[in-house]
Design a protein around this ligand. Structure first.
Ligand SMILES: Nc1ncnc2c1ncn2[C@@H]1O[C@H](COP(=O)(O)OP(=O)(O)OP(=O)(O)O)[C@@H](O)[C@H]1O
Ligand SMILES: [Mg+2]
Length: 348
């Protein structure tokens, strides 16, 4: 193969690729490889370009054995750490004095790495969340079997705590299943007719006892008559229940929670007809450092308070998936000390 043909061949590979011949020089590299490593790498000794020991070793091994080798190349694209799987394959009859060369191809496996990291984190989180109430339950069972066996008053008290802890586990499992369901239907377009005003009225009615207990005024500010859209009634109810419940639980100290419905013919975010539903509280608000991560599973801004209030930390993750399924957006704005506003923008 002529040098030109070799360069054309490497250029056509749709991911970073380069060739190193037996003189240990890079004899060809495509644009993706130059973007990943450096410009002007052709003609240079490969070890001055690929500085990672495991990559150097793999290429050396492939050149020596005239066979395949595999390794990983770690990098950073400016926004995040990236991982490439590097596969070396030997080609005879090319390179200096046709002594052969190894072709190294860099396959981006960053998303695979991230997915498996997320899975590990998720399992660790779920186990941790379940273990806390379980440990409490086991402790009280032991106490009831032993020291508190004949203490009727203590028994009553412990059974109440045990029931709370069991409920918490039940809620957690329920939320996990719900998250799973929402995620698996995320690509299925909802097709029910929904009247948002009616839905919000009934959601607010079912949350009124919670608001009364927390001494919170609940108000709905919506246009006269129904505001209709295509959606999933149960899921949208779940979205607003969680947002309003959060506003009462975490922002209740502000004394009031307002829900606003704002339809528009041309929404700036959706570039078309949409409706915005805002849940506004006047509580302590959320520190800006937490905002980007708020919809992650098990993420809590104030974990002590959330746990104390029986939260599982899954509510906003479920909210985000449901809104995605409706091709909408969730925005959170908050000024510390002045409350929080959660805005759901839904296309109509
Ligand atoms: N209106 C709000 N004001 C202040 N903090 C909030 C507000 N809404 C949510 N948060 C914070 O965001 C965190 C995540 O909320 P999310 O609804 O996902 O979980 P949770 O309420 O703890 O649990 P769950 O909703 O599953 O019972 C909460 O733990 C809380 O710290
Ligand atoms: Mg919640």
């Amino acid at each position: 193969m002529s040098d030109d043909l070799l360069a054309e061949f490497v250029a056509a590979i749709p991911m970073p690729a380069l060739m190193v011949d037996q003189t240990e020089r890079i004899i060809a590299a495509n644009t993706d490889a130059k973007t990943l490593l450096a410009q002007n790498i052709v003609g240079r000794h490969f070890a001055t370009i690929l500085r990672q020991p495991q990559v150097i070793e793999a290429i050396e091994q492939s050149l020596r054995s005239k066979g395949p080798a595999i390794t990983r190349h770690l990098s950073n694209d400016g926004a995040q750490d990236t991982t490439f799987e590097v596969k070396c394959r030997y080609m005879n009859g090319v390179g200096a004095v046709s002594g052969g060369a190894t072709l190294a191809i860099f396959q981006d496996i960053t998303h695979v790495e991230q997915a498996s990291q997320m899975r590990r984190d998720f399992v660790a989180n779920v186990s941790h969340e379940l273990r806390t109430p379980l440990t409490a339950l086991m402790g009280f069972i032991e106490t009831l079997q032993g020291p508190a066996h004949d203490d009727a008053a203590a028994r009553e008290r412990f059974l109440k705590i045990m029931s709370d802890e069991a409920n918490r586990m039940n809620r957690l499992v329920g939320d996990l299943l719900s998250l799973n369901r929402v995620e698996s239907e995320e690509r299925v377009r909802p097709k029910e007719q929904v009247d948002l005003t009616g839905l919000l009225q009934s959601t607010l009615n079912s949350l009124r006892p919670l608001a009364t207990d927390a001494k919170v005024d609940l108000n709905l500010n919506a246009p006269e008559g129904p505001v209709t859209m295509t959606g999933d009634n149960d899921q949208l109810r779940q979205v607003f229940t969680n947002l309003i419940e959060n506003a009462i639980k975490y922002g209740g100290s502000g004394g009031s929670v307002e829900v606003r419905v704002i339809p528009s013919e041309r929404d700036t975010a959706m570039r078309g007809p949409a409706v915005r539903v805002q849940v506004i509280d006047k509580g302590p608000g959320i520190d800006a450092v937490h905002l980007p991560r708020l919809t992650e599973r098990f993420y809590r801004a104030d974990s002590h308070r959330s746990r104390q209030l029986g939260g599982t930390g899954l509510g906003l993750a479920i909210v985000k998936h449901i809104i995605n399924r409706h091709r909408g957006r969730l925005r959170v704005e908050s000024d510390l000390g002045k409350g929080a506003t959660f805005t759901v923008i839904l296309p109509r």
